[in-house]
Design a protein around this ligand. Structure first.
Ligand SMILES: O=C(O)CCC(=O)C(=O)O
Ligand SMILES: [Fe+2]
Length: 286
């Protein structure tokens, strides 16, 4: 318990309870925890640039992430998918995702819980400038992840995030809405899965809360309640926004137990079959 209080200050715990999010500056060690992931990304981009004969610098992880990756997808967007699938298999990434300190954070935020690490709930996002199709618009995490109602999103950047890179926007205190029903719409952009979900009366609900968009650097950790409304900002910079996200949930949650802790899209599950009361569109998948 003492350890949990040291990792997550009482102020951060009460901010999380009141506002549905908190930010822990320098929670991870940028050198020991994050640099090995950046190096893993560099090596993968070096291999792919060679494979596809893309002439771009991969001598440093910075060049690989900010120059080689954009050069690769400029030639063929589908190659970006190869990067996306590969980078979440970097051992140093899985080491950060499963760090014992994460468990202590979850226990501090969810006293008395039995923590689980959501399978398929971890990955590395690469939010490219101007790419609306894959932007995460306003949502609650719960329909897209399930597992338990009281899960927590862990979000930490792989590059310093500036305002023009579209930092994650959070509607402070919006977890008070409880579970919000959703409907499906591909927005004419071919959006699928969680990207095609929209919250019922979204504008009306959002209007009730202040929006915050913390700026972060590698090592900083943002924590969000599964019911807090949030979205990816619009990246209007010239640089992709690379970030890590993973989710912990609570085996002891009654709803989680009822649904057998099943996952959502990433687990190949149509959540509307599990919790039909969450959907307002009559079950027509986008
Ligand atoms: O980074 C983003 O753009 C969105 C992140 C998000 O929705 C999440 O981590 O759950
Ligand atoms: Fe999210």
């Amino acid at each position: 318990m003492l350890q949990n209080e040291t990792l997550v200050s009482a102020a951060a715990q009460s901010e999380f309870a009141a506002n549905g999010y908190t930010m822990l500056p320098k929670f991870y060690d940028a050198q020991a925890d994050v640099a090995p992931i950046q190096e893993g990304i560099r090596v993968i981009l070096e291999l792919l640039c060679r494979k596809y004969a893309v002439d771009a610098p991969t001598d440093t992880s910075w060049n690989a992430m900010t120059k080689a990756y954009p050069a690769l997808i400029a030639k063929n967007r589908a190659w970006g998918g190869e990067v996306y699938d590969a980078v979440k298999q970097i051992p140093a990434f899985m080491q950060l995702v499963s760090k014992a300190a994460n468990l202590a954070v979850f226990e501090a935020l969810r006293p008395g819980s039995v923590p689980g690490l959501a399978a398929g709930g971890y990955g590395i996002r690469i939010d490219n400038p101007g790419e609306e199709k894959f932007r995460a618009q306003w949502h609650q995490e719960f329909p897209g992840q399930l597992r338990s109602l009281d899960g927590v999103v862990f979000w930490t950047p792989l590059l310093p995030v500036t305002a023009d890179m579209g930092p994650v926007q959070i509607a402070a205190g919006s977890h008070a809405e409880g579970v919000i029903p959703v409907y499906r719409d591909d927005a004419g952009l071919g959006k699928t899965g969680a990207y095609a979900l929209y919250m019922d009366r979204e504008e009306e609900r959002l209007a009730r809360y202040e929006k915050v968009a913390p700026l972060t650097a590698p090592g900083d950790l943002i924590l969000m309640d599964f019911l807090t409304m949030h979205q990816g900002g619009h990246n209007v910079s010239a640089m992709p926004r690379w970030s890590i996200q993973f989710r912990y949930f609570n085996f002891a949650d009654p709803l989680g137990t009822r649904i057998g802790w099943c996952g959502s899209f990433a687990a190949g599950v149509d959540f509307s079959k599990i919790l039909p009361e969450l959907v307002t569109d009559g079950g027509n998948a986008a």
